[in-house]
Ligand binder design. Structure first.
Ligand SMILES: Cc1cc2nc3c(=O)[nH]c(=O)nc-3n(C[C@H](O)[C@H](O)[C@H](O)COP(=O)(O)OP(=O)(O)OC[C@H]3O[C@@H](n4cnc5c(N)ncnc54)[C@H](O)[C@@H]3O)c2cc1C
Length: 512
């Protein structure tokens, strides 16, 4: 839709003050912040038939009573809980408030394997963690001194961790320590911001991760929190509504849906995932300015795929939470296995699941269930060569990379990133604002990042609507639009391109 067409349509569109695009954690946090600012004229436009977004569960397998279990396809942990007297992760606050069932993830409850079966290489976990502390300090120096960003690979190597290409045990350990969280390898991740992100969640709140196994689903906390300010079947929530175009200006925003209807708003907050933005699943008019397009293409959207298996018995060690497998040829090939049968989880479930990310996730997501099941079963039979492992009674996995409302799992910062680049992802264009996991500089990839960003965008819009400044911290205020950087700079001014820096020829040859 063109801007002029938008003006014509405006008359027919449902009017609202703030349109919230997406009903995941960020969208619900935004709606709550608006309600708290006494702005009740908003709508939430959501693709799916429920709130929660990437906090999504499904039925799986069968319990002894014949009913299926609930397993989480997306977010599964509350990450970084909080310490007495210190700040608390808001997701942890909600988990306690709504009695979400969850259990401490004990990462020392782990057994290590390779293609010959159980082999104890768990001491390598301590080796990595000790070196990681040195790497983390070095990343802190780069951050505070405006040093050039590196890959996490470089940062680790300088701290003394450089697994040989054929050292599959160390490769598996590294995957467990890094790829499993970032959904990308250290070579593909920002050193400064990867380490900072880890620090801000696990050192600010606490280093605990609690795994959610609530049979009502993890999204319960989002739905329950929403119920504190939304009515049952609140007409302000538009489910099964696919946004196809967003037309924005400095007067307002018009949102067009697949069913032909539209909403015209004074402001809009787009909480669609970075994957949705990168895949042009929604069109924006006018086209985004270059600084915004560059930011969208700069950051990366990871894929994290959990593959669930149920058996008629728990043949793996009952008391252990994690099993790490080092494949002899392929790094990241079905590496981390998690038991839902472990004590404190769902002991009678006989469910185990294995996670793959990045290239392995793309490969697995393109395969048929049958192909993947064969590969997974072959790995299990290598891990337990002395057992006669039966076929699973249930098998299932999602395909996040092609899910049309997500296009991936969560975002990551690639190497050679700057905070300015990221601010461009976060900044509004005219009356169209952005929020969500990916716009969080401090907590990208995490559910709490989505919550903070939804709240912040709504508070800033509420301030604009009230002709005030938003209190963005105890000490500072923010008025008006978000900052953005029209031009981003590297660190080699043109004057460096001379013989003195090994550049003796012209940089400007024309193609013939
Ligand atoms: C596999 C996986 C594992 C994860 N594990 C964890 C974890 O353990 N701990 C943790 O803290 N975080 C985890 N995360 C990340 C966490 O789930 C996200 O950070 C968070 O849910 C993002 O919330 P959001 O509101 O930013 O985005 P979303 O939840 O994606 O919300 C955006 C909403 O927009 C809707 N939408 C998209 N396109 C359209 C359209 N065209 N029209 C209308 N609506 C649309 C979507 O349906 C969605 O509801 C995981 C994510 C995944 C996928």
């Amino acid at each position: 839709a063109s801007v002029s067409q938008a003006r014509d349509d405006n008359a027919k569109c449902k009017k609202t003050t703030v349109a919230i695009l997406g009903g995941g954690m960020a969208g619900v946090a935004a709606a709550q912040a608006l309600s708290n600012s006494s702005i009740h004229d908003f709508v939430i436009i959501e693709y799916r038939d429920t709130l929660g977004g990437r906090v999504a569960h499904t039925d799986f397998g069968k319990a002894p009573n014949g009913k299926p279990y609930t397993v989480e396809l997306g977010a599964n942990w509350v990450q970084g809980l909080g310490s007495p007297g210190g700040p608390e992760n808001p997701v942890w606050t909600f988990a306690k408030k709504w009695n979400l069932k969850n259990t401490y993830s004990d990462y020392s409850s782990i057994l290590t394997y390779n293609e010959t079966g159980y082999v104890d290489y768990s001491s390598l976990l301590d080796e990595f963690e000790n070196l990681y502390n040195d790497a983390s300090e070095a990343a802190g120096v780069l951050l505070t001194q405006n040093g050039q960003d590196q890959t996490a690979r470089t940062g680790f190597a300088l701290a003394g961790w450089r697994p040989k290409i054929d050292d599959m045990a160390r490769q598996a350990v590294e995957w467990w320590e890094w790829d499993w969280e970032d959904a990308y390898a250290p070579d593909e991740s920002s050193f400064i911001f990867g380490v900072a992100g880890e620090n801000l969640t696990f050192n600010q709140f606490s280093d605990e991760n609690n795994f959610v196994w609530d049979q009502r689903g993890y999204s319960r906390i989002i739905i329950k929190e929403a119920s504190t300010f939304l009515k049952d079947n609140d007409p302000r929530v538009q489910f099964n509504s696919i946004v196809t175009n967003v037309t924005y200006s400095d007067d307002g925003v018009t949102i067009y849906k697949e069913d032909g209807s539209c909403v015209s708003a004074a402001y809009a907050i787009c909480t669609f995932s970075l994957g949705v933005l990168q895949n042009n699943a929604v069109s924006f008019s006018p086209k985004f300015p270059d600084w915004k397009k560059t930011a969208i293409e700069k950051f990366t959207m990871g894929t994290y795929t959990k593959i669930f298996l149920q058996f008629n018995e728990t043949f793996w060690p009952r008391d252990t939470q994690y099993f790490l497998y080092a494949d002899p040829t392929t790094r990241g090939y079905y590496p981390v296995w998690q038991s839902l049968s472990a004590p404190g989880f769902i002991p009678e479930s006989n469910i185990i699941f294995v996670t793959v990310v990045s290239q392995e996730a793309y490969r697995v997501e393109r395969q048929s269930d049958e192909q993947t099941k064969e590969e997974v079963m072959a790995v299990l039979r290598q891990m337990y060569p002395d057992l006669d492992i039966p076929e699973p009674t249930a098998f299932m996995y999602p395909r996040w990379s092609t899910t049309p409302w997500a296009h991936g799992s969560y975002s990551n910062w690639p190497p050679s990133t700057t905070l300015e680049m990221h601010e461009n992802l976060r900044a509004n264009v005219d009356r169209l604002w952005f929020a969500g996991e990916a716009t969080s500089a401090e907590y990208f990839g995490f559910l709490h990042g989505a919550w903070f960003e939804g709240r912040d965008a709504a508070e800033q819009i509420a301030a604009l609507l009230g002709d005030k400044c938003a209190n963005i911290s105890d000490t500072s205020e923010d008025c008006g639009n978000r900052r953005y950087y029209e031009k981003l700079y590297g660190s080699s001014p043109l004057a460096d391109y001379s013989v003195f820096d090994g550049w003796s020829v012209s940089s400007f040859y024309e193609s013939s």
